[in-house]
Design a protein around this ligand. Sequence first.
Ligand code: NAD
Length: 248
Amino acid sequence: MNLQHRLSGKRVVMTAAGQGIGRACAERMAAEGATVIATDINPDLMADLNAVGGIEARVLNVLDGAAVTALAQDLGAVDVLFNCAGIVHSGDILNTSEDEWDFAFELNAKAQFRMIKAFLPAMLAGGGGSIINMSSVAGPITGPASRLAYSASKAAVAGMTRAIATDYVTQGIRCNSICPGTINSPSLHQRLRETGDYDSALIEFIGRQPMARIGEPEEVAALVAYLASDESNFTTGQEHIIDGGWTA
Ligand code: NAD
């Protein structure tokens, strides 16, 4: 299989393409021949993305329902929808406010619901497609400390994914979630800095990894490209764990 052509002819729309896992996924899918409409809330992070062959960068705040609807109407049918946007909230139940809980669910779960609702009708009319939702091992697979709202919202993603997979399996729609462990992204480094002791926090994160390293965004991108491609045509409704054996 020539990976340079695996996604040829496919039109992808995705969120949070500005940095980290999302950017690596946009670049990987474009490298495999897809046309990628790569969106992010932050235009500065996408300033150089239009120069990448196969990528069209657009500003989109996934919390803005009108903007999501407008984008879906503008783009029409896509073959792949990758919902990547999300944020990590720290805290256990006693130090998580209702506002933090609500925001975690708004961004990590409801925004995916909104994107799918907006894009699914044209995908169905176009004969089907692959929906990939960013979850995490935190929530559906394991319960790391101090990740109450994050884990709950990422578990919701896994549940929503299975429901959509079942409801549309006969209409050509596949819907899978991906569950990364700890991945080397800008937000990870921000979380490490926020602990007040970056080096110790990094050692602690690596310490729970049987491979003695955290994952790279490009490794997650390889999984996303597979789920976007027809090579995964018999796969739907599953949580795809990519965590270096952390939860094995
Ligand atoms: P990151 O946090 O470094 O970047 C997030 C991107 O999302 C940024 O480009 C930001 O501008 C964009 N964004 C934020 N709010 C947005 C909004 N309202 N609308 C559109 N875009 C918005 O990225 P990351 O660490 O690579 O994480 C990406 C996704 O992967 C998240 O859903 C995260 O929960 C998930 N994830 C990350 C890890 C990890 O260890 N890094 C592990 C498991 C899951």
